[in-house]
Design a binder for this molecule. Structure first.
Ligand SMILES: Cc1cc2nc3c(=O)[nH]c(=O)nc-3n(C[C@H](O)[C@H](O)[C@H](O)COP(=O)(O)O)c2cc1C
Length: 224
């Protein structure tokens, strides 16, 4: 039977669909159109150090892609975040989790130091604590993400660290984004005496990653 589509029932249906997909609620309309937010998370226990700087470099490149893109760096340095538990303690995730539920969230960039050729414990705890975003709805599904890894050596396990973080975020239904050449897997940065400013190649990979995440966020935002 053909249904009569009135403006009211169309809007009601559209509202339910928007709620179901979680895409339309609260997306801010800025001067340049609907805002697309890209959140960067620096997962070093050392606040403001090389991981935070490398993630910020990627965010800057993402922001330059389109005037609708807004970026925010969340530096986990100094924060207390426990790993997953069925009853997690009230810790820093209380303020962080809502940022990942923002309807305007268009992409994520995760940064971790390479610790023993793998992601930091803080990165693992943080990523585990996103678990409430998997049920009852996959809040992060189809959102693009890129990964930045910083080590003290050129071959210090950055690519392993990136792969581990990618494996985790794929469990959230997210879409792994590599960088444009030469950053195909992600940003691989070398810190020398706690400084990344001389690592031209590493900073280029951070910029190429951020650019690609920004482009993907705009493209995927359009199709949603
Ligand atoms: C416990 C620990 C393990 C580390 N393991 C590695 C490693 O396997 N490979 C590497 O290149 N650097 C390693 N590093 C060096 C850090 O990855 C590097 O200093 C990084 O820049 C630290 O990030 P941050 O400045 O944001 O704290 C290690 C550092 C620590 C403290």
């Amino acid at each position: 039977m053909k249904q009569n589509v009135t403006r009211r029932n169309f809007l009601a249906t559209a509202g339910v669909a928007a709620l179901a997909t979680g895409l339309a609620q609260g997306a801010e309309e800025g001067p340049n159109g609907k805002a697309v937010k890209i959140i960067g998370v620096a997962c070093s226990p050392r606040k403001g150090m090389t991981t935070a700087k490398a993630v910020q470099a990627a965010l800057d490149a993402a922001k330059a892609v389109d005037p609708r893109i807004q970026t925010e760096l969340i530096d986990l340095g100094g924060l207390s975040i426990a790993g997953y538990s069925p009853k997690p303690p009230e810790d820093a995730m209380k303020d962080i989790l809502p940022k990942f539920q923002d309807a305007a969230l268009g992409g994520v960039i995760i940064g971790s130091p390479s610790y023993f050729r793998s992601l930091s414990g803080l990165a693992k705890c943080f990523l585990e604590r996103l678990a409430p975003l998997r049920e009852p709805r996959m809040v992060l599904a189809d959102k693009p993400f890129g990964v930045v890894a910083v080590g003290a050596f050129r071959n210090g396990g950055q690519e392993l660290t990136i792969g581990q973080i990618q494996a985790i975020l794929l469990c959230y239904g997210m879409i792994a984004i590599g960088g444009h050449a030469p950053a195909f897997q992600g940003a691989t940065v070398v810190s020398t005496k706690d400084d990344i400013s001389a690592d031209e190649l590493g900073l280029k990979t951070a910029a190429q990653l951020g650019k690609h995440v920004g482009e993907a966020a705009i493209k995927l935002g359009k199709s949603s």
